[in-house]
Design a protein around this ligand. Structure first.
Ligand code: PMP
Ligand code: GLU
Length: 402
């Protein structure tokens, strides 16, 4: 066999995708799994969006589109950003990508290179470190404590900056914590970005899944003067239950967007033509489907929080958005399973819960915090209740280490 390139030798599969796939495979074999690992809405894509795709096929909209996407979708993205954030963009500042993940990947390729450092705020989304590393740059992790809603101390953040720091990736509401960074934090970060000329990638993929009724907020809505340093990433996956359609976008300074587009033109070409038409229908059509899904996520967030509160030893933070909560299980580390295996860390606890409780969760280590597990509430109420009951029961079977 020919040798593999150095860059893939240490590349791990996405933990979230891997666990979700394992849970689905067990289920299809008839194992009764409660899947609290899912990173996608459990709702079906709304009907009017599917109809737009069917119409696109029927009308033969099946050829290559311009690499950065069809102009009407780029226009719709500009309108959406104006409505949501009050920010003005033109279509040459927008590129449509194969999901937000590809927007992030191409941005890293366009902006970072060996010798550069990129700040990631822990807990971070699983794919940020590999995306930065595949560009040859070094992720520098700055962690936030759970008692401060996982928000890093701005002083710590400042101390982590070096002359090699090029940028920072920010995700609010956050996967995995479900928390929204405070306006004060965004203002403090904006000040650092201004002083140190940092590029900020604002991953706003969960911006419409915020439960406090407030509108979306990102670093540019609190610091519009940073327009030349901020790139907004978003997509239809989470807001419109369209994860499989693979449509995302990046919005920012023209030269950066043109560079992302050049990378795309030499790799994936345009995003799927039919899915672009569907995304157009999502952005321009009725938005009550979004409000409806958000209402369910909010209720389920409360249900999951309330149920988990009944389990001794867990440390919880009530999610403010997304469909995830990040729960500290460290009180159970050091315990022994009935077969005598030690629960050493988040990985061993996840394995135990999958094997003994038939509940799939994601180990916190994949997000840079080994004390926690990520639990998804993109699930029906009954599944949430069943999942927590099983976790509780499995935890009572653990024996404290002597
Ligand atoms: N960013 C975050 C924080 C995510 O959780 C996801 C989930 N898939 C993505 C980006 C990528 O989304 P997609 O590629 O489906 O648009
Ligand atoms: N973003 C989702 C998650 O964190 C989907 C999986 C992935 O793209 O990694 O679970």
């Amino acid at each position: 066999m020919s040798k593999l390139a150095h860059r893939v030798k240490d590349l791990k599969p996405s933990a979230t995708l891997a666990i979700n796939a394992k849970a689905k495979a067990l289920r299809s074999k008839g194992v009764d799994i409660v899947n609290l690992s899912a990173g996608e809405p459990d709702f079906d894509t709304p009907g009017h969006i599917k109809e737009a795709a069917i119409k696109a096929i029927e009308q033969g909209f099946t050829r290559y589109t311009p690499v950065p996407g069809i102009p009407e979708l780029r226009e719709a993205v500009c309108t959406k950003i104006k409505e949501d954030y009050g920010l003005e963009y033109s279509i040459d500042e927008v590129v449509i990508t194969c999901g937000a993940k590809q927007a992030l990947f191409n941005l890293a390729q366009a902006l970072f290179e060996p010798g550069d450092e990129v700040i990631l705020l822990a807990p971070y989304w699983v794919s940020y470190p590999p995306i930065v590393e595949l560009a040859g740059a070094k992720p520098v992790i700055v962690g936030g404590a759970q008692e401060r809603n996982f928000e890093p101390d701005l002083k710590l953040l400042e101390d982590a900056l070096s002359p090699r720091t090029q940028g920072l990736i920010l995700n609010s509401p956050s996967n995995p914590t479900g928390l929204v960074y405070s306006t004060e934090f965004l203002q403090g970060l904006a000040q650092l970005a201004r002083q140190r000329d940092l590029v900020i990638i604002s991953d706003d993929i969960y911006d419409h899944l915020r439960f406090d009724g407030k509108g979306p907020e990102n670093i540019l809505s609190v610091a519009p003067d940073l327009r030349n340093q901020v790139i907004i990433v978003n997509g239809v996956s989470k807001t419109y239950a369209m994860t499989g359609w693979r449509i995302g976008w990046a919005v920012g300074p023209k030269e950066i967007i043109a560079a992302v587009s050049r990378i795309q033109g030499q790799s994936t070409s345009n995003a799927n033509s039919i899915a672009q038409k569907a995304a157009l229908a999502a952005l321009c059509g009725p938005q009550d489907c979004v409000a409806e899904m958000r209402k369910h996520f909010k209720r389920r967030a409360q249900l999951l929080y309330q149920e988990l509160s009944q389990i001794p030893g867990l440390r919880l933070t009530a999610p403010q958005g997304t469909f995830y909560t990040f729960v500290n299980f460290a009180a159970y580390y050091g315990c022994l399973t009935p077969s005598g295996t030690e629960i050493k860390d988040s990985l061993s606890l996840c394995d135990y819960l999958l094997e003994e409780a038939r509940v799939a969760t994601v180990p916190g280590i994949a997000f840079g915090d080994d004390n926690c597990l990520r639990l998804s509430f993109a699930n029906a109420d009954e599944e949430i209740l069943k999942g927590v009951a099983r976790i509780k029961e499995a935890l009572t079977r653990l024996k404290p280490a002597s």
